[in-house]
Ligand binder design. Structure first.
Ligand code: FES
Ligand code: FES
Length: 207
């Protein structure tokens, strides 16, 4: 049996999706087992009525509470782009292999194109717009600029989101650890060497 790099990338992404989905399902089941507290002004206090045939999605995106009526078949990518207008979440391959839609779901990076939006009920999502708390560049964004890690910019939001997650993940000491962690993040402009330099510089700064 031939072992291919793309097999590794795909299985890793499928693992990330499965992990995030399991986490979402477990938390959703737990939340539904207990009546939600009625808090004035909270999403639960005034839920919208989903349109016929649709589902209610209550979630937090980039720190902002959202209440949405969604098509049960929608992916997280579709909801973020089309219903919340977050165009930074790129519509690339839609099969989990390019990484351009990478989003944080409950703090873990996932390909939003593979995550059913319905599994994101009561979850917290972060896109590149939500990474900075004060409007200034994050250390990773500054490093991308310093190292010239973007060209056309199509993949850049997903790369930056992935980089934020990767630097929170346990990484081995071997030199290839960052490159291995970045598998599944493609760049058609061939900027992966500069992206790796940017990640390495932030990792070194943090010790
Ligand atoms: S659009 Fe989601 S991984 Fe390519
Ligand atoms: S900078 Fe163009 S696809 Fe990555």
């Amino acid at each position: 049996m031939t072992f291919r790099a793309e097999d590794t990338a795909l299985s890793r992404r499928q693992f990330l999706v499965a992990s995030a989905a399991s986490c979402a399902l477990a938390q959703q089941a737990q939340a539904q087992a207990q009546p939600a507290p009625s808090i004035a002004g909270s999403p639960e206090a005034d839920p919208p009525t989903p349109r016929p045939g649709e589902l209610l999605l209550v979630c937090t995106v980039n720190g902002k509470p959202e209440r949405l009526s969604i098509d049960p078949a929608s992916s997280l990518l579709t909801v973020l782009r089309q219903q919340l207008g977050l165009a930074s979440v790129r519509h690339g391959c839609t099969d989990g292999t390019c990484g351009s839609c990478t989003t944080l779901l409950a703090g873990k990076r996932v390909p939003a194109c593979l995550v059913p939006a319905a599994l994101c009920h009561r979850q917290e999502m972060t896109t590149v717009e939500g990474l900075s708390e004060d409007g200034s560049l994050t250390a990773i964004q500054a490093a991308f600029l310093r190292h010239g890690a973007a060209d056309c910019g199509f993949c850049t939001p997903g790369q930056v989101v992935a980089a934020h997650a990767i630097l929170q993940e346990p990484l081995g000491p071997e030199p290839s650890a960052l490159a291995d962690a970045l598998c599944g993040q493609a760049c058609a402009c061939d900027k992966l060497p500069q992206i790796l330099q940017a990640l390495a510089s932030v990792r070194n700064q943090r010790g």
